[in-house]
Design a protein around this ligand. Structure first.
Ligand code: ADP
Ligand code: MG
Length: 566
């Protein structure tokens, strides 16, 4: 392998030349203690920055195997190292000068959730790869190699040394990080063992600082479980912890406006991910397959069997193979439920604030006036128990304005000044006086999910496939936008970056006219498991900037892809 001295010599040689001469720096260079790999060189100083990675062999990195021998610990360590490295690098970004993006050094910005990312990968030998972007400096389009030397020979070695070797990190905090991941994993396993949908620890801080900050709200009322729902767990590191256990089944969250209902639900939505220390939601853990269900007017629905909720439409439209480019509130919410079933979800999370009322309930007076035969919608309330008994799918539902669900719920929690009260018994008793009209809905057959996806020849012929990510909102693939604003459990734009690549991979390799959408999603999941997250880079060089989405979001993305040929 060429040495760092060779790189320095090369840089001296190309100084003041035209920008394309930077391309010669591509390749691997041996530095003291690590290999610097220049994986992709930008075309000009204004283009997307160059992709650079640092590889530290396991022996030198020196992390004890117990820090990464299991998946949850490995992901936690990777996350920890990205944050450390990113902190180091921040001090040096744009310290080297030049035009356009010259001097930029950028590593993934991690939020409150701990995600698997291409920014840092640790293999089974403890060797680690860290990936970043660097703007190779130039004045105009003339190479300024001395500035790049500053970055590669002064700034970066210091950052690497301070953050990617076990011996230079604070041992206590690295181990604390691992211990938290063990405790979180322990709770996840306990949810399964004890048949729970979620666990919310006493003392948890659920509300966030603001609509634009995910940090914990200061001076918030800490969560405290009602006595009757309390569960004490003995975590391997933290020791005993007490909190609210939400059993499987149907749980209703009620309460006056502004008493903290949606805040609790939101915390449960994100409880599918682990959170970093001091987030306040470290021990808010939800069934990992949970899916937030909401109305999503305007979405496209492609061949989804929504007949368990909607049938006999006035225009004779087929609801077993339902298509629309512009769904209504109720049809979109119906499709979201059916797609969540297909995606293997065991828990639906619903907030009345973002639901279509006619999808959720139909009151008695309306049932008398407009009889069943002329109403195409079987509301969710008539299916919620069936979802649990027939498919084992639980529901946690926020409903502050309609008492109808009292009859259907197994557990009823009232949020009162941000504190949950168990009012199951009281609410059930009161509900006796207001019986529901008989449920006339006949049990539905399991939604049919056979949806083979056809190949798109035009897509395969076009070798310049353009993928654009717009924050957490959407992905544009060539000209087709995939609107993901309502897929609320996507928590990082890097997850969308991965989804874009996965759709591209599926277009090129998996849409073949025989594989169904479900099989395609499962195959993508298997490939990610087998090959690791850098599989999303689609066979070209691995780059930073991609985070792993859950299977449920892969489904959600493909289901909203208007370019899908079904
Ligand atoms: P609801 O859905 O019941 O109407 P929200 O969950 O939207 O109420 O909460 C209303 C407001 O109260 C929000 O601004 C939220 O940040 C704040 N809030 C929620 N939980 C707490 C808490 N535990 N302590 C302090 N403020 C809270
Ligand atoms: Mg609300």
């Amino acid at each position: 392998m060429k040495s760092s001295a060779d790189l320095r010599e090369l840089l001296n040689r190309i100084d003041h030349k035209g920008y394309p001469a930077y391309k010669d720096t591509r390749g691997s260079w041996q530095f003291e203690g690590y290999v610097l790999s220049i994986d992709h060189v930008q075309g000009d100083p204004f283009a997307a920055p160059s992709k650079v990675s640092v590889h530290v062999p396991g022996k030198l990195a020196g992390f004890p195997a117990e820090l990464y021998d299991l998946k949850h610990k490995r992901i936690a360590l990777q996350d920890y190292l990205i944050r450390q490295f990113s902190r180091q690098v921040q001090a040096f970004t744009f310290k080297a000068k030049g035009s356009g993006k010259s001097g930029l050094i950028s590593v993934s910005h991690c939020g409150q959730e701990i995600l698997e990312r291409t920014a840092c990968e640790i293999d089974k030998n403890g060797s680690l790869s860290t990936r970043m972007e660097i703007g190779f400096p130039a004045n105009g389009r003339t190479i300024n190699a001395r500035e790049l030397c500053k970055i590669l020979f002064e700034f970066l070695p210091g950052c690497v040394k301070k953050s990617l070797y076990y011996r230079s990190l604070d041992e206590k905090s690295v181990h604390k990080n691992k211990e938290l991941s063990e405790d979180q994993e322990f709770i996840r396993n306990e949810l399964c063992r004890l048949n729970l949908a979620a666990f919310v620890a006493n003392g948890a801080i659920l509300p966030r600082e603001s609509g634009v900050s995910d940090r914990p709200l200061k001076h918030a009322v800490p969560f405290t479980s009602p006595k009757s729902m309390e569960l004490t767990l003995n975590l391997p590191n933290h020791g005993t912890i007490t909190g609210m256990a939400v059993p499987k089944g149907i749980t209703l969250i009620v309460g006056g406006g502004y008493h903290g209902k949606s805040t609790l639900l939101k915390a449960l939505e994100l409880g599918v991910y682990n959170h970093i220390a001091n987030d306040g939601r470290e021990f808010v853990i939800t069934d990992s397959s949970a899916v937030k269900i909401r109305a999503e007017d305007g979405r496209s629905i492609r061949n989804v069997d929504i007949s368990m909720f909607i049938s006999n439409l006035p225009n004779q439209k087929d609801t077993v193979h339902f298509f629309t480019e512009d769904a209504s509130g109720s049809t979109s919410q119906a499709a979201n439920v059916v797609e969540a079933i297909e995606a293997g979800s065991n828990l639906l999370l619903i907030d009345e604030d973002t639901s279509a009322t006619n999808f959720m309930i139909r009151d008695e007076l309306m049932q008398r006036v407009v009889n069943r035969d002329s109403e195409p919608i079987t509301p969710f309330i008539d299916r919620v128990q069936e979802l649990y008994s027939a498919y084992g799918i639980s529901t946690i539902l926020v409903a502050g304005s309609s008492g109808s669900y009292f009859h259907k719920a197994d557990f009823i929690i009232q949020m009162d000044h941000y504190l949950p009260k168990d009012i199951t018994e009281f609410a059930k008793k009161e509900a006796h006086a207001f019986p529901l009209p008989a449920n006339s809905a006949v049990p539905a057959s399991k939604p049919s999910v056979l949806r083979p996806v056809n190949p798109d020849e035009a897509f395969r012929k076009n070798d310049r496939i353009k993928i654009k990510i717009q924050g957490k909102d959407s992905i544009v693939i060539n000209r087709d936008p995939i609107d993901l604003r309502s897929v609320e459990q996507l928590t990082d734009s890097e997850q969308l970056a991965s989804l874009g690549q996965l759709v591209k991979y599926a277009q090129l390799h998996l849409f073949d006219g025989t594989r169904t959408l479900g099989e395609i999603c499962r195959e993508l999941g298997n490939l990610l498991d087998e090959k690791g997250i850098s599989f999303v880079c689609n066979g070209s060089y691995a780059a930073g900037g991609f985070a792993l989405p859950r299977t449920q979001e892969i489904y959600a993305c493909l289901n909203r892809y208007r370019g899908l040929k079904l």
